[in-house]
Write a protein that binds this ligand. Structure first.
Ligand code: 5GP
Length: 506
């Protein structure tokens, strides 16, 4: 990168020329927005950006937090004019109250154009690393700010920015909030760092900044490796080294503010990916569960607070993070632990309905319920689809023992409607070997539908001999015989509001 001599920008400063070699400004002639509060660091940023030959706009954000803060804008305006830079003032309003620093930062970021350069130095980097250490921010936090066009003077020391301002006769604004020890960053600056320097008997700021740079390179390497992994692919997550899987999940599960779930939640999602748990809440009202080898993000059963985890434990015995329980409302020795609870069924059916609604806009499906097992699921699902669906039913009987199908299927009741040209969505209760479904699919495909897809509420893990090609699946469950929510044993238990294991009583 070649920069013109400082004189070219109207600054006669040997100091600027010397410092530029350690800066990371974009090439001369490029447009650069600089956030300039009027303090020594940001004024030095402005001087150096102009000296680098960039087309600079100095942006001053008035937070309206102190009386007279407007006068600081005049200082920046005057400096920009002297240096031949453009000037712009932005006003934000911060409500009084706690966490002022973070809220002011958020408001500032909201008005600064993307890619705006800031005047952070080695000293700021050291403070940031220590603050992030206290937050437990992990590798990315300890890597601190990244050098580049948004942090062009990150390799300079604060003392150098002060000296540069003095050399070019700019008088920085003294911000009284920089000495306010109620702010954590100020305690790090004025108390922790001097103590660390005394203990280490050296200036630790460059040591911390250097380590941050090395960790940033490590973090980038991991990010690159993680970028090849699809977050929803549970098998892929299981196979890659844990640090990469964690990184994939943290990036995937960020909330609206961009914050990842906490470390414990990420470990629980890793358990779900490994198959050690069926699902887990990650906070913020979000739940991650596994279905047919994929991780699916949905609404938590326990709400944003996550306090009602007992409800989840009672409702779904498939997950290792929830205690299996006996079906509560039936005093029947044949009823084992609940496999999918009532609330979980309702939440998933709502999700499926929303998904189907999105997928079938402009071509409402004909739902074909497979009697009798799918009757409850079909009635709930039909109401969760916000489209004018048509419904028809088919009843099939499969030969076999009471708890095993043979795959030989007989149509007991056929459809009333003609399928030709219709978008058919078969609604199945449960797929075990998949034989019934593959028979049905062949049979229905021969009737000339415009499209043919399947929505199965339950799929038994690992029992199918051929790929099933199911467009929608509610839950993957262990390969036990289950009853409830439409599923029967000799016509019993269909009206249980949940799905539970059936135990053959000798
Ligand atoms: P598949 O042909 O996939 O082996 O079996 C599918 C049919 O068998 C389902 O539509 C259902 O009628 C019955 N079935 C399979 N597994 C279960 C189960 O666990 N419980 C109940 N009640 N029926 C089952």
């Amino acid at each position: 990168m070649s920069h013109p001599q400082p004189e070219a920008a109207g600054i006669d400063s040997g100091g600027a020329a010397r410092l530029l070699g350690r800066c990371t400004f974009p090439p001369a002639g490029e447009e650069l927005f600089c956030a300039v509060s009027g303090g020594a660091d940001s004024l030095a940023l402005l001087v150096l950006a102009c000296a680098a030959g960039c087309r600079v706009t100095a942006i001053h954000v008035d937070h309206g937090l102190r009386p007279g803060s407007g006068a600081e804008a005049d200082v920046v305006d005057a400096a920009a004019r002297r240096l031949g830079a453009q000037f712009r003032k932005e006003q934000v309003w911060i409500e009084p109250g706690g966490n002022v620093e973070a809220r002011a930062r958020q408001a500032r970021l909201g008005v600064l154009p993307p890619g705006t350069a800031t005047g952070h130095t080695v000293d700021d980097q050291a403070e940031t690393v220590l603050l992030n250490l206290c937050r437990g921010a992990g590798l990315d936090g300890l890597a601190g700010m990244r050098a580049g066009r948004t942090h062009p003077i990150l390799a300079l020391r604060r003392a150098e920015t002060v000296a540069l301002c003095a050399e070019v006769r700019l008088v920085p604004v003294a911000d009284p909030s920089n000495t306010d020890l109620r702010l954590r960053r100020n305690r790090i600056r004025h108390e922790v760092l001097p103590l660390l320097c005394a203990v280490a008997e050296r200036d630790v700021a460059p040591v911390l900044a250097r380590q941050a740079g090395l960790l940033a390179a490590d973090a980038e390497l991991l990010a690159e490796l993680a970028s090849d992994i699809e977050a929803a692919d549970a098998t892929a997550l299981r196979l890659v080294p844990a640090p990469i899987a964690r990184r994939v999940l943290r990036a995937w599960l960020r909330d609206e503010q961009g914050h990842p779930p906490d470390a414990a939640a990420i470990e629980r999602v890793m358990d779900v990916a490994r198959g050690d748990a069926g699902g887990t809440d990650v906070g913020g009202g979000v739940r991650v569960r596994r279905s047919r080898g994929r991780l699916v993000v949905g609404r938590s059963l326990t709400g944003a607070g996550g306090a009602a985890s007992r409800v989840a434990a009672v409702s779904a015995g498939v997950s290792a993070d929830r205690a299996p329980t006996r079906a509560a409302h039936c005093d029947d020795a044949a009823l084992g632990p609940v496999v999918v609870g009532e609330a979980e069924l309702a939440a998933r059916v709502a999700e499926l309905g929303a998904q189907i609604t999105r997928d079938y806009v402009g071509r409402p499906p004909l739902l074909i319920g497979v009697l009798k097992g799918a009757f409850l699921f079909m009635s709930d699902l039909a109401r969760a689809i916000a489209l004018p669906v048509e419904c028809d039913f088919m009843a099939v009987a499969s030969y076999g023992t009471s708890t095993r199908t043979s795959g030989v299927v007989r149509i007991v009741k056929d459809l009333d409607l003609d399928l030709s040209g219709r978008h058919v969505l078969v609604v199945e209760d449960i797929v075990d070997s998949g034989l019934t479904l593959s028979y049905l699919r062949r049979n229905l495909a021969a009737r000339g539908p415009a499209s043919l897809e399947v929505c199965a509420l339950l799929v038994k893990a690992g029992l199918q001999r051929a790929p099933l090609d199911l467009r929608y699946v509610g839950f993957e469950i262990p390969p036990d015989f289950v009853v409830g929510y439409g599923l029967d044993m000799n016509e019993h238990y269909r009206n249980l509001p949940y799905v539970c294991r059936y135990i053959e009583v000798p």
